[in-house]
Design a protein. Sequence first.
Length: 168
Amino acid sequence: MIRVVVDDLAFVAADALVRPATAHLEPTTPSLRRLEQVGGPTFWQQLKVQQELAVGSAVVTGAGELPAEFVVHAVIRSETEAVSGSSVRRALLSALQRAVDWQLSRLAVPPLGVGPGGLEPEDAARIVCEVVVQHVLGGAAHPSEVSIVVESEQDRAMFEGFLARAWT
C-alpha cells in the first residue's frame, strides 16, 4: 500500500524513516534538522562518518527517540555532486533495497531532493512516485506499506496525481 500523508516526518510512526542526506550524513534542508532534535543525542551521534559516502547510496542507523526503529539515510548529494534527478532516483532505490535487506514493513518517505539548489517539487514528486510504484510492482515483499510524508494539502494533491499516473 502506498499513501500520501500530511505530517511532520519527525513524528510519523514507521519501522523506518527515509532521510535525504549529504555524503557526510548532514541534512539536506533546514526542516530535516527536526529529525536530529527529536531523535536526540543517540540519533545524532550515529550521524558521524569516517569517510564520504557515495551519492546514490543508502545507509541504516538507529532512530534514537524518533517514533521509528531505524532511519534510512538516502545520500542525494556531496560537495562535488549536486542534487539531480539521477541522484535522487539512485538514492531512493538504495533506500528501498535497504528496506528489503532489513525486512522493514512500514517506510515513511519525504519528498527527496527539494529545497535550495535542488529539484523542482514536481520533479521530486514524479521521481519518488515512479520509483516507489515500480518497486511495489516489481513484487518486493518489503516494505509492504509506504507513506509519502508531505507538508501541505497542495503537496498531497500533487503527489497523489503523480501516484495515479505511475500506476498506469
